[in-house]
Design a protein around this ligand. Structure first.
Ligand SMILES: Nc1nc2c(ncn2[C@@H]2O[C@H](COP(=O)(O)OP(=O)(O)O)[C@@H](O)[C@H]2O)c(=O)[nH]1
Ligand SMILES: [Mg+2]
Length: 191
């Protein structure tokens, strides 16, 4: 039998029960930086190599927000269009989504409405935060801020400019998503 190390005991005493489990999903075309944003947020790391996601994986982040102990479960789903049916399945039960495009690739901006509609069809009241990623490569930027702001007003969503490479905006985007998702989850519990 293995003995508990003192640090484990401390960890267990410190561990508080979870008040809320929140599910959020990453959305957006392949290679916009979804996996990189999750890794930056949960592990504070970044890798410039491209590894295509297959299927889905998830990361967990413990947060204390609004005096609640929250377990944020972030689903990172593959962006391949052939997985559309699979995506619908992953959306169900989600409290929110991070909708990501790449500011250097206008085609990833043009497809946002598909992601938005797909998600809202399954989760009509899900919270969405819009994210323009890769702002660190400003010289390659093609999608201007004004275009994102237009969409933001149209859909009434929060918008953040981020870089998984430099960490710009990443914490802010996930924190606001978690906050809004928690409010939504609390509303549902009280109904
Ligand atoms: N310069 C830069 N490259 C990024 C950024 N985010 C992701 N990448 C790169 O873009 C590629 C695709 O990223 P990935 O996270 O796999 O995209 P996903 O398919 O949406 O999950 C990888 O080579 C990443 O290193 C960023 O903020 N800035
Ligand atoms: Mg990925």
């Amino acid at each position: 039998m293995s003995k508990l190390a003192p640090t484990d005991v401390h960890q267990r005493i410190k561990d508080k029960p979870t008040d809320f489990g929140l599910k959020v999903v990453m959305m957006g075309d392949g290679a916009v930086g979804k996996t990189s944003l999750v890794l930056r947020y949960t592990q504070n790391t970044f890798s410039p190599e491209y590894k295509q996601s297959l299927g889905a994986s998830f990361a967990v982040q413990d947060l204390d927000i609004q005096r609640q102990h929250v377990k944020l479960v972030i689903w990172d789903i593959a962006g391949q269009p052939s997985f559309q049916q699979v995506r619908r399945h992953y959306y169900s039960g989600a409290h929110g989504a991070l909708l990501v495009f790449d500011v250097t690739k206008p085609e990833t901006f043009m497809t946002l409405h598909n992601w938005f509609n797909d998600f809202r069809r399954v989760v009509p009241r899900g919270e969405i935060v819009l994210v323009g990623n890769k702002v660190d490569i400003e010289e390659n930027r093609i999608v201007p801020q004004e275009a994102a702001h237009m969409l933001q007003r149209w859909w009434n969503l929060p918008y953040f400019e981020t870089s998984a490479a430099t960490a710009t905006g990443v914490q802010d985007a996930f924190l606001l998503l978690a906050n809004n998702a928690l409010l939504q989850a609390q509303k549902q519990t009280n109904e």
